[in-house]
Design a protein around this ligand. Sequence first.
Ligand SMILES: [Mg+2]
Length: 415
Amino acid sequence: MSNTEGSEKVIAGISDENWQAVKVLVVDDDDRVQEQFKMYFTDLGIDNYQFECSAAAAMSNMVQQQHSYDLVVTDLNMPNVDGITFMRFLSKIEYSGALMIISGEDRRLLNSVVQLGNAHNLNIIGAMQKPFDRTELRQMFGKMQLSADKLAFVSADQSLTEDEIQQGLSRGNPELYFQPKVAVKTMSVPSFEALARWRAEDGKILGPHLFIPVAEQSALINDLTDQVFIKSVEQVAQWHGQGFMFAVAVNFSMNSLERISLPDTLLAICSDYKVSPENITIEITETCIMNQEAVALDVITRLHLKGFRLSIDDFGTGYSSIEKLNRLPFSEIKIDRAFVDGAANSYSSRAILESSIAMGKKMGISIVSEGVETEQDFELLKELGADYVQGALFSNPIPADSVLQWVENWNKSSH
Ligand SMILES: [Mg+2]
């Protein structure tokens, strides 16, 4: 289970008034960079921002402000205290907002800094090479959307507690929603991504940002993932029994992949329900894969051997190349929504889509684009030869018991 549901607007993207609520700290001693951010913030409607010229000043600022920023942007090369030391500080004070790195250093160094940020458990949304332009800034802030929304919700204290999650798990939570994956060539729907929702005491349905981050902090994430997996397989068995041969994709987090027994457990569940593992895709976030812990690699390889399909989720967020990933037994790549949403109007997003799709084709890996919300973006994806699309343009996630009705309507309408 992972909380990165790229193809889904968990909450609508950051609206204008939401940007106004975002509080940003920029740490950079370069005046031009400060000017650039100032202009960008004005455009976005962010007026709650601050600049610091050194990491030392930023550190004392954050201690005084009780580190209440939603986003911290920092340079790496600064006099006295450098950006790496600053990141260590952020991790130590358990800064939970988003972090963005900007630097004149080369791409390889920036990649290692991102890895380091992940290792520190920081919510790092990316590293940008200086000089950068508006498009790059826009893309980086696009990645921030969900994080900021999550933060807004988490800070509103609506997150479930560990106890609530534990109790809920024994009462039939989580509930599953399914988002269709549409085949571009035929416009048919061969499969769905299973997404976890939580039914609160008052009957309201809560999004994943309110329980998955909390579960991920504890061993509860394993119970949660297991329950989502079991319910998904059960649902596939039911659909197959009714003559609908759908496949389902389930999200797994790095924590789950550290269980050496996972492939056997999952296979046993499949045989209990007489569902072939070929009908189940395991989605693994790219940033997880790139850590390449020996146990995770062992588990990933054995999942493949047992017949499960493997998919790289949120592709493009981990700065890996498809060639590198091709050494692992993946059969599908899901391009992160940050590169799909608005791609028709962004030269750099288009370039990323184009090269990802071209390389995926060469390597026989199918390409799913998530976060498709407009006809223009869909037209572009068709033109570039994307295999599958997922997103609000086709359907938002659907409650399990409404899926067949949706399919009937979809098959009736012309596409
Ligand atoms: Mg996913």
